[in-house]
Design a binder for this molecule. Sequence first.
Ligand SMILES: Nc1ncnc2c1ncn2[C@@H]1O[C@H](COP(=O)(O)OP(=O)(O)OP(=O)(O)O)[C@@H](O)[C@H]1O
Length: 582
Amino acid sequence: MRKLLIYLKDYKKESIIGPLFKLLEATFELIVPVIMAHIIDIGIKNHDTLYIWKMGAVLVIFGILGLTCSLLAQYFAAKAAVGFGTALRHDLFWHIENLSHAEVDKAGSSTLVVRMTSDVNQVQSGVNLVLRLFLRSPFIVVGALVMAFTINWKAAMVFVVTVPLLAFVIYGIMVITIPLYKKVQRELDEVLLTTRENLTGVRVIRAFRTQKLERETFEHKSDMLMDIQMHVGKISASLNPLTYIIVNAGIIAVIWFGGIQVNVGDMTQGEVIALVNYMTQTLLALVALANLIITFTKALASAGRINEVFAMKPGIVDGNEKESAVQQTEEPKTAVSMEDVTFYYQESKEPALEHISFTAKKGETIGIIGGTGSGKSTLVSLIPRFYDVTEGRVFVNEKDVREYKVENLRSKVGTVPQKAVLFHGTIRDNMKMGREDASDEEIFEALKTAQALEIVENKPGKLDTVLSEGGKNLSGGQRQRLTIARALVRNPEVLILDDSASALDFATDANLRKAIAEDTNNMTVFIVSQRAASIMHADKIIVLDDGQMVGYGTHQELLKQCEVYQEICYSQFSKEEVQDHE
Ligand SMILES: Nc1ncnc2c1ncn2[C@@H]1O[C@H](COP(=O)(O)OP(=O)(O)OP(=O)(O)O)[C@@H](O)[C@H]1O
């Protein structure tokens, strides 16, 4: 938690003023029983109505002042806590954005969402409550004790017994409930994760008609959450009867001893009433302190989980471009090359790629083909440095990708991932993600090449058409074409199409490849596909099998030399068709 407190640095003033106002309010609260005592001992005893009115007015003024202080304290504490939460959320988001694919894979995106949202909220509530009550509650308890002693030390001895007893009971209940509250938090996380997964995968769930199973799983998790909440609720509920028994016993004792003191003339009736008030104030302050500690413990647990995310160091960091730029004098002829690359995913014992070497010249089209899980996506993800190689080297423009500033490298390499993801916003907003200053003309140009012009032109709002979250108001093929257009808007030197035309019909796929070849000036294009038709016209084809490069050459060369390639082609075309293409 201490590490996170730096996010309060812009709210130092609020963090001090808030608790101070709360202390001021507590001071007014501590004075009230004394005024009450005076009303009883002077006003009522002497039938002095004017005195009672005057003191009543003082009480009202104190009440208004107390309320004002309380509101101000609330305002400053809330301002500091919300500011803290916002700054923390921004930094956490920024940090997560900078994590590489490897760290996100390891943590899991759902967990990161929960930490960004509910954990940050929990810490924010903790800060708010601490600022308001951390000083106030102990101040009231100590203040009430001191006031009780100043009134009558003998009667105040009741406090000496009652307050530790109360503290002991509250502490005992906290010791039992705090681990249970942590469990509640964990169960709540489970419910949140299940909800998120269900909502994002709702179409798949419906398609496979697994709603019943999903509902049962959800109900099970939700029931578990309810059971544990009921359990902890019952224990917490025993706090009230137990503490009230102690306080009422204390009040009886105060009245009992107070009565004796009044009889012998050592105390007044008003003072007895004041002691009773102090007893009640102590109880309320201790209960508030217990709630504060419970919330604070939950906030601590959340802070720990947030710190775990901050502790993840981005695996991909900027290289020192200046140093290496000196060495590069001539215009590079090779766009992308790999030198004996081997790659293992984190915590995987089997390599996803082994000893891969190839060279792609500027303007060439490289096809990558292979069975599912053969390493095609992994291979292309090493070019924009989504992952770093385990062994070997990857070059873009004849420079090791690790020597580039990550942003600079990725501006050269446009990637269209397997899963077409669009964002909520207009088509123009989505296209401008490719390049912020792209003009409408350039966007239309890219849409034309990506065979996506008709999608936009058929929409009444054209580029201003609003896409729903994930582009769900478009078909799979339309989404794919728009994501290709988005990558083209950037006009990258290297374009990677990672199975991103799989939802297109053969004619559109062929038109797309033709347009990319004609419209993109000297762009090096990687086409990953399981369809031989999509890559057979490429200048070079890489054939992958279980992470190994089992073939590298043109369609004709591979048909003669590469068994795996032959198998793929013959499984997709008739012998005549294959020979036609030769
Ligand atoms: N994020 C990941 N973490 C761990 N292993 C992974 C990860 N992504 C892929 N793999 C593993 O690496 C291997 C290669 O996967 P990759 O996605 O590159 O194959 P692919 O040829 O693109 O498959 P497909 O055609 O089905 O998309 C597979 O064995 C896969 O299980």
